[in-house]
Design a protein around this ligand. Structure first.
Ligand code: SF4
Ligand code: SF4
Length: 157
């Protein structure tokens, strides 16, 4: 099992190494296609691992929007749900995210933090700049793993 995982990691690292040498447009096109295919196949509602284990960085605009939505002051929202991390960013005080419901729905979906909307960052432009981040997200997000698998297949077929 461990050996299989190591082989997979090695393959992904080689792929990232290859992609780093390709033009931006090529890399973006590969990610766009793989992202669309993967999110047609998997449902975040069956997973919610990012909400359970990572938690977003929360910007001031998120704090204002969410506190208004749940009907509390900015100060109370910060006190009840947030802490400042080592990079001086607001993050959730506890995980799993307190807004994650039992069925994996997000109770503040309409106003969720922008980082939650953007995760796992596989459908933006300039994907070459995100490759190292994707490697970090690999153990947490099955979608990222599948996207790399698809790109690998495309390139080697
Ligand atoms: S970890 Fe990835 S697949 Fe799972 S819910 Fe988050 S974005 Fe979706
Ligand atoms: S705010 Fe919603 S989408 Fe973001 S981590 Fe919490 S439950 Fe997940």
């Amino acid at each position: 099992m461990k050996k299989k995982k190591k082989v997979k990691e090695g393959k992904t690292k080689s792929l990232v190494h290859f992609l780093k040498k390709q033009p931006h447009q090529y890399v973006d096109q590969k990610f766009q296609q793989a992202h669309e295919e993967v999110f047609e196949e998997i449902s975040c509602l069956d997973c919610a691992n990012c909400c359970k284990t990572l938690g977003p960085r929360i910007k001031s605009s998120d704090i204002k929007r969410i506190s208004k939505f749940i009907g509390v002051s900015v100060k109370k929202f910060q006190y009840d749900f947030l802490k400042v991390d080592e990079d001086n960013d607001w993050v959730l005080k506890q995980l799993p995210c307190p807004f994650l419901e039992e069925n994996n729905d997000c109770s503040i979906y309409e106003v969720r933090p922008s980082a939650c909307r953007a995760y796992p960052h596989t459908d933006t432009w300039q994907q070459k700049k995100q490759l190292s981040l994707h490697l970090k997200n690999l153990p947490f997000c099955p979608a990222v793993e599948k996207i790399f698998e698809k790109i690998n297949k495309q390139i080697n077929s």
